[in-house]
Ligand binder design. Sequence first.
Ligand SMILES: [Cu+2]
Length: 164
Amino acid sequence: MQQAGKNILHTMLWLASAVTFSFLINPHAAAGGQNPYGGTAAPDEKPATSAAAAPVTAETGSDGVQHLAITLDSYSFSPAYIIVQAGKPVEFTLKNVSSVAPHSFKIDAPADGLNVYQEVEAGKSATLTFTPAKPGVYEYYCDKKLAFFPSHRKKGMVGKLEVK
Ligand SMILES: [Cu+2]
């Protein structure tokens, strides 16, 4: 019994030092939420989440603008389903929490008056303002792609904007 307790203590000490060590090598690992346990997977190679996206409605502020903060990560948007109202300005604050990869927010629907694009460098934030004119459901995605790797869009960096 005592031996088992000792083993657990050893394991915990080992884990603590491993985490500390990985933090020393890559301080961004802990801050970026990626690979915090010092595994061998490269940052930005987290698999895309497949959970059904819960719709989030942008709140209209006293300025009459529909505000929402969106987190961009490798390779996901959070939230991945956004509801806004047509004919009213929208202001998205885009925060890229990735430690390495640049990301973007793009809606490519010029026929419906939605031609939106904003790039965000790793670890930075950017503001995106537009006014959706026509109700409908539009896809937003990241158009970034590194060399011969699949695009971020293909890796699951997509979401839906529902204009009501
Ligand atoms: Cu991206």
